[in-house]
Ligand binder design. Structure first.
Ligand SMILES: Nc1ncnc2c1ncn2[C@@H]1O[C@H](COP(=O)(O)OP(=O)(O)OP(=O)(O)O)[C@@H](O)[C@H]1O
Ligand SMILES: [Mg+2]
Length: 313
């Protein structure tokens, strides 16, 4: 659906986007994650024909962004970083105006208006002026304008920026819903947002893509090891001596010990099926297992590692 190849954009000496390539397939919700100044907005502006590039190609549904921009624009809905809403216009007039700009045939306009108002939950606001809307509703209106021509692709630049937590959840759910039918690329700094909403994540840093994969996949790539919590009922000294000798355990620390139950955090080498082996280890020694769980490695670890920020705890 979207094919980006070796895209480079420079502003003077600043390389905002540096040889970036990626694909977005039909029906994917792609999270574009990166710190401030990473190049997210620049990439999105190129994808939506608002900015030229220095090198590389971008194809949307087979159409070249630089050569066939009219065709590309028809297929894309775009919510810019700061939505250019006209504050003194009525909400409904604004949407009518966008429908007109988007060249939606007159006979279909009221139907489309009703649809986007429904989808974005704007019914209560249609009597108001754009300037009277709260930030969350402005964002919904921005989303409505991006959807009005029913494009198969949506590009949303930080759709949840500046919203309160409940509005964030609402917009996120909206994106998830819309994503069932459309290809979406949205940018954010918020990690929990991508893991909650996206089927795939691109992490961009200093204009370069540093990771590309499903949320779980990326989390798994963070470390070459697994962390397992295990609770064992048995004699402490013996357990620890035997854990020490166990080859799959590269490190362990006692995190709990009450009465005759000891809790351990065990770091094992990856790909060793550690949980299963630990289960057999406990059983073979005739102790009993009170807990066995694998600790999820957070996306935050991946992000900090890949974007070169200070390491997490
Ligand atoms: N119009 C411009 N002129 C000069 N430099 C620019 C311009 N727009 C962006 N840049 C530079 O390009 C780089 C990427 O900026 P961009 O806005 O794409 O980042 P971003 O990932 O969207 O960041 P943010 O999370 O802060 O929105 C930055 O170094 C920025 O300073
Ligand atoms: Mg930006």
């Amino acid at each position: 659906m979207i094919e980006v190849r070796n895209l480079t954009k420079r502003y003077g000496l600043t390389v905002a986007v540096n040889n970036v390539s990626f694909d977005a397939k039909a029906g994917e919700v792609l999270g574009f994650l990166g710190p401030n100044g990473a190049g997210k907005t620049t990439t999105m502006r190129i994808l939506t024909c608002y900015l030229s590039a220095d090198e590389g190609t971008v194809k949307v549904d087979g159409y070249d962004v630089f050569e066939e921009s009219i065709e590309v624009r028809k297929r894309i809905g775009y919510l810019p970083e700061s939505a250019p809403l006209y504050t003194d216009m009525g909400v409904i007039d604004y949407l009518k105006f966008i429908a007109q700009v988007r060249d939606i045939p007159k006979s279909q306009r009221s139907r489309r208006l009703k649809d986007v108002i429904d989808i974005c939950g704007l019914e209560k606001m249609i009597q108001k002026d754009v300037g009277e809307l709260s930030k969350g509703y402005r964002q919904r209106l921005g989303l409505a304008q991006s959807l009005i021509h029913d494009p198969p692709i949506l590009i949303l630049d930080e759709p949840t920026a500046g919203l309160d937590p409940s509005q964030i959840i609402e917009i996120r759910n909206l994106i998830k819903d819309i994503g069932k039918e459309k290809t979406i690329i949205f940018s954010t700094h918020i990690l929990s947002e991508v893991s909650a909403t996206c089927s795939r994540i691109l992490i961009i840093n200093d204009g370069e893509i540093v990771a590309n994969g499903a949320p779980d996949e990326l989390a798994g790539r963070a470390k070459g090891e697994e962390v397992i919590h295990v609770g064992i009922r048995g004699p402490r000294e013996e357990i620890e001596a035997k854990l020490e000798a166990l080859s799959l355990v590269s490190d362990f620390k006692r995190v709990k010990s009450d009465d005759d139950i000891c809790g351990y955090q065990i770091v094992s080498q990856k790909g060793k099926n550690a949980a299963e082996e630990l289960f057999h280890f406990v059983v073979q020694n005739h102790w009993s297992l009170t807990e066995l769980r694998q600790e999820a490695i957070s996306l935050e670890d991946v992000f900090l590692k890949l974007t070169g920020s200070e390491s997490s705890t």
